[in-house]
Write a protein that binds this ligand. Structure first.
Ligand SMILES: [Ca+2]
Ligand SMILES: [Ca+2]
Ligand SMILES: [Ca+2]
Length: 441
């Protein structure tokens, strides 16, 4: 779609908005309600060594601006019918090229291309049953984002969509059961080439009314026909959501199925985290977490034990780790200690977390009503490495967010990875700094 077409569409939305029947809050569900909005996000990045871990090679030394614009229209219509369309562009400036891929023109989230970021229709209490059905391009996020945090995760995961069908059954009080079927990638439409990437499954959640307890059970299947991958995941999550006093989460998942090249897939993930929010100025919340994502044991050639991250990850592990774990083939220095780090990904630019044991200590606080600070330090170790050197490094990061007005926030993010022996001798520090202004209206 050309920019001109999108501008025309945007203009048409505005005309429709002005021409729509007058609406007001609380006028009953039988009157259509149309709402429009947008977002302008500007970031300035300084990034270095996230891929080569080498201060003498500047292919990954960036000092760039990143701009994202989105407009959306939403319709709330009679009989619980809703619609939502969001059109977006994200770019790094005019004429940008990059060794990380073909990002000059017509690529979602990277170039001058304007694209459909979300487009779905939804029916609440469909056919009088306690279920909601949503069809189309949509954002998904489940639990803490271990497996489903976003869709296309290319280059720091800024496009958050999957195409497909989502059905939520809420016939039992406090419990929802979701059925999912999404086509991550269709590629060739003809089945002569089997090249689809598909996610499907069931995700059940229990949240008793009035409490902060949560419990999830899920069974998911992701297949990548091009790689010959067919992985199922069974997982459970128990926890208590954030609030005064203690919050915690325990999550565990097992994977099995077929991996590429006729191998079997057997992997696991675990996540333990807890925090405590104190009363008083700033509501300080110290927290700690341990995340384990299995790595492949080189001694068992017929089995892949490396965790398949699916669509998990960013923003769960923060921005710099999203850059570090990008599938760049041999161009990512991670391939030195984990040659199979990108197994399970058929697309350059996907974020492929795995083979990671990460322990974190942090502190979150709000010194004033408008300011929020979060600082943490993590130790990263590989679960397995053919050479035996497991220390990935020490990772420290700071996030600050200031609410200037209800619509405008200013943020700062700074992170550094001090590489360990897994990267070999002479590895240089990785760092990232970005500022962000985000206007939502
Ligand atoms: Ca470098
Ligand atoms: Ca296909
Ligand atoms: Ca193995």
């Amino acid at each position: 779609m050309s920019i001109r077409t999108c501008m025309s569409l945007a203009f048409a939305f505005m005309v429709l908005a002005h021409g729509a029947p007058a609406v007001s809050a609380g006028n009953g569900s039988e009157d259509p309600q149309l709402t429009f909005g947008g977002q302008v996000r500007v970031r300035g990045y300084t990034l270095e060594n996230m891929w080569d871990i080498d201060g003498d090679a500047d292919g990954d030394k960036w000092s760039v601006m990143r701009n994202r614009a989105r407009i959306h229209a939403r319709a709330d219509l009679p009989r619980g019918v809703r619609g939502f369309v969001r059109i977006a562009n994200q770019n790094w400036g005019t004429g940008v090229t990059g060794a990380e891929g073909d990002d000059r023109w017509e690529v979602d989230n990277k170039s001058g291309k304007t694209f459909v970021d979300a487009a779905w229709l939804e029916v609440d209490e469909a056919f009088g049953l306690p279920m909601t059905v949503r069809l189309g391009r949509q954002d998904l996020f489940y639990g803490s984002g271990l497996l489903i945090a976003d869709g296309q995760s290319q280059l720091a995961s800024t496009a958050n969509y999957l195409d497909g069908a989502w059905l939520r059954w809420s016939g039992l009080a406090g419990t929802t059961v979701d059925l999912l079927h999404f086509k991550d990638e269709e590629n060739a439409r003809a089945d002569a080439a089997h090249d689809d990437v598909t996610l499907s499954g069931v995700y059940a959640s229990r949240r008793p009314a009035g409490g902060r307890g949560v419990g999830d059970l899920y069974a998911l299947r992701r297949s990548d026909q091009a790689l010959g991958l067919d992985v199922w995941t069974l997982g459970a999550r128990l926890g208590r959501e954030r609030g005064p006093g203690l919050d915690y989460q325990l999550e565990g998942a097992l994977q099995g199925g077929d991996h590429a090249a006729g191998r079997t897939h057997e992997a696991f993930a675990g996540d333990i985290r807890a925090g405590y929010t104190f009363d008083g100025t700033g509501s300080p919340r110290p927290y700690a977490s341990f995340v384990a994502l299995s790595g492949d044991d080189p001694a068992t050639a017929g089995t892949n034990e490396r965790w398949d991250v699916g669509y998990g990850g960013w923003p769960r592990y923060d921005d710099l780790l999203a850059w570090l774990y990008i599938n760049l083939g041999a161009g990512n220095a991670m391939s030195g200690y984990d040659p199979v780090y990108a197994d399970g990904s058929s697309r350059t630019g996907e974020v492929v977390y795995g083979n990671l044991l990460m322990t974190t200590l942090g502190l979150d606080l709000e010194p004033s009503r408008d300011l929020r600070l979060d600082v943490s330090v993590s130790r990263l170790r590989a679960h397995t490495a053919p050479g035996g050197a497991l220390d990935i490094g020490t990772y420290a990061r700071l996030r600050a967010r200031y609410v200037y007005s209800p619509q405008l926030t200013l943020s700062l993010f700074a992170a550094v990875l001090d590489p360990g022996d897994a990267y070999g001798p002479g590895a240089d520090r990785v760092h990232e700094l970005y500022w962000e202004t985000l206007l939502s209206f």
